[in-house]
Write a protein that binds this ligand. Sequence first.
Ligand SMILES: Nc1ncnc2c1ncn2[C@@H]1O[C@H](COP(=O)(O)OP(=O)(O)OP(=O)(O)O)[C@@H](O)[C@H]1O
Length: 240
Amino acid sequence: MIEINRITKTFPGKTAVKDLSLTIPDGKIFGFLGPNGAGKSTTIKMMTGILPIDEGSITMNGKDISKEVLAAKQMIGYVPDRSDIFLRLKGIEYLNFIADVYDVPQEVRETKISELTKQFGIYEALDDHIQTYSHGMKQKIVVSGVLLHDPDIWILDEPLTGLDPKSSYMLKEMMRDHAAKGKIVFFSTHVLEVVEQLCDEVAIINQGHVQFQGNMKEMKQQFQEDQNLEQLFLELTQNG
Ligand SMILES: Nc1ncnc2c1ncn2[C@@H]1O[C@H](COP(=O)(O)OP(=O)(O)OP(=O)(O)O)[C@@H](O)[C@H]1O
């Protein structure tokens, strides 16, 4: 379970996330939905320990991301929205680096790297530098890195953006499998349709606040009943 307890993050001149609380249960695909600039990436960066939390706390299966940093981070696999990391490495060097960091045994890593990258259609590009990859290929190498060390909690920031239909379908299937094993898939999107296809539960965020948390049926009901949410619904469907 992930527990986000009243977190706030302020940048100079801008409060990006204000007093935000969420509980993300095990065994669910949890969608974090909101328009551009709503505070999704900032929340995710606090969840993954990349940005310090100004106020409040976050625990990953009981481990506090600010206090038990390593123990909490070991449980997380994170796919950022822009995968502009390790551009100077070759694909294979990046995956071996991830396998080293997370102590993936030699025999397992070779089989898994070959399986995953063949599935994603990037096997042939493993000896190329990541800076020569397209956005979708960068996304796929980072997703392969996450799947390689098989963490309990997946945190994915706009994971389907830039993927071709086949890879998008594959990743969605992988997300479903992971949740079906009783683990957590938490992902952000500004596309309502993706949430409708995939999620068991959803939180809607706008201007740094959670405006709604519930299942899909409850979300649709709220859209019809609540004028503020109806406005947001229009914005989200237009963006998609
Ligand atoms: N490092 C920063 N310095 C100043 N302001 C920031 C910084 N990072 C984010 N912000 C601001 O905080 C707000 C929330 O940004 P955030 O990136 O979390 O939104 P988002 O919901 O992920 O949006 P998108 O869907 O466009 O990626 C925005 O107004 C953004 O301009």
